[in-house]
Design a protein around this ligand. Structure first.
Ligand SMILES: C[S@@+](CC[C@H](N)C(=O)[O-])C[C@H]1O[C@@H](n2cnc3c(N)ncnc32)[C@H](O)[C@@H]1O
Length: 346
């Protein structure tokens, strides 16, 4: 049995299910609508058009249908949609029809049912690849890194946060080649561990994948990385891998391109679809502020004190903001000893 839901500008046929799980006929999680909102905003905020887009794990097709309906004119040259489930492909086609998008003889669209690695390898390359798997993205990273074009964007989701955030440290070591730590900063360190893993896979092909927008939310983490080719760029990336907070190795460079973070927030606030989405606007506003601060990690502060401490830090001439990683966190450039004195009210 199917039911119809709305997401963004589109309507979607999805399986009726008592519980959101991998065993749904075809997977759809409304909570990931925010992840799709962010993909749309990010692509609309980049100065790029005529893109070849890959959606290798498409499920209901929701992400690509939203791209086709919500991305600015001239953004998409071709959108390739794939899933290895026949049920998914049937539903994707029905969802295209539901949204009045003609698939047959449409040069902009290609729908295939094959293994995602073959789908990527059989292509000439993409300007945007969106890896949105169940659990770890590992199984697709090699082919995605091979097929991401120069200046292309690789978007990667991981939902195996129990490994990345340290509940299962041995799993993290096996899967991400790093030691995690379960503490107040774990969502940031987990995301940085994931980014380093992606960068190491790409480095083999002399591709430097630089994070332009990254975040952690509820049960998942997501990073958008831009492929800047060249040996020197790769060497510079590897120099920024190291330990933090007794965890790692991890990526110690920037998690965001701050002008992009600013533009995404601005575009969301002025967009018909997104301006009333409080959760999205709040996340983008917080990230916009924290992207301006060059600091790895943050300090967890008593919630009542948070705003006054941010003001005090700024009055002393240091940068400070909330962090989206932790409701009690402050990201700041202030030295730890000075922050400790401030907290003691000295
Ligand atoms: C988490 S869902 C994708 C959700 C979708 N991107 C969205 O935004 O709703 C993962 C999808 O990957 C598909 N899948 C899993 N392994 C695959 C593989 N090796 N090749 C192709 N598709 C695969 C599953 O059938 C499932 O539809």
């Amino acid at each position: 049995m199917n039911t119809i839901v709305n997401e963004g500008h589109i309507r979607l046929k999805i399986p009726k299910a008592a519980k959101i799980s991998k065993s749904m006929g075809v997977f759809y999680n409304p909570a990931m609508g925010l992840s799709r909102d962010i993909s749309v905003l990010l692509l609309n905020s980049l100065n790029r058009g005529n893109m070849q887009i890959a959606d290798p794990l498409a499920a209901t097709g929701v992400r690509s249908i939203r791209f086709l309906k919500e991305l600015n004119k001239n953004k998409i040259k071709k959108n390739l949609i794939n899933d290895n489930s026949k049920d998914a492909i049937k539903l994707i086609k029905e969802n295209f029809a539901l949204n009045n998008i003609q698939c047959k003889n449409n040069k902009k669209i290609q729908i295939t049912c094959q293994d995602a690695n073959l789908f990527l390898l059989n292509s000439a390359g993409f300007d945007y690849i969106d890896i949105d798997p169940f659990g770890s993205p590992n199984f697709l990273l090699d082919c995605a890194c091979k097929r991401i074009a120069r200046n292309g964007i690789l978007a990667v989701t991981a939902t195996d946060t129990s490994a990345l955030c340290g509940t299962f440290p041995k799993a993290c070591l096996r899967k991400y080649w790093a030691i995690p730590r379960r503490d107040a900063v774990m969502h940031e360190t987990g995301l940085r561990i994931l980014i380093r893993k992606i960068q190491l896979i790409a480095a083999q092909y002399e591709k430097a994948l630089i994070p332009i927008f990254s975040y952690s939310k509820e049960h998942y983490m997501r990073a958008f990385l831009k492929n800047e080719k060249g040996k020197n760029n790769v060497d510079n990336i590897l120099k920024q891998h190291g330990l933090f907070n007794e965890a790692g190795p991890m990526w110690l460079g920037n998690l965001w391109d701050k002008s992009l973070a600013e533009k995404m927030h601005k575009n969301a606030v002025s967009s018909k679809i997104f301006k009333n989405n409080k959760e999205l606007i709040k996340l983008l506003k917080t990230i916009k502020e924290e992207s301006k601060i060059n600091a790895v990690g943050f300090s967890e502060i008593n919630l009542q004190k948070k705003c006054s401490i941010i003001d005090k830090i700024k009055k002393r001439g240091y940068s400070a903001s909330e962090t989206h990683f932790n409701g009690q966190g402050i990201r700041s450039g202030i030295p730890a000893s000075k922050l400790a004195r401030l907290l003691e009210n000295k």
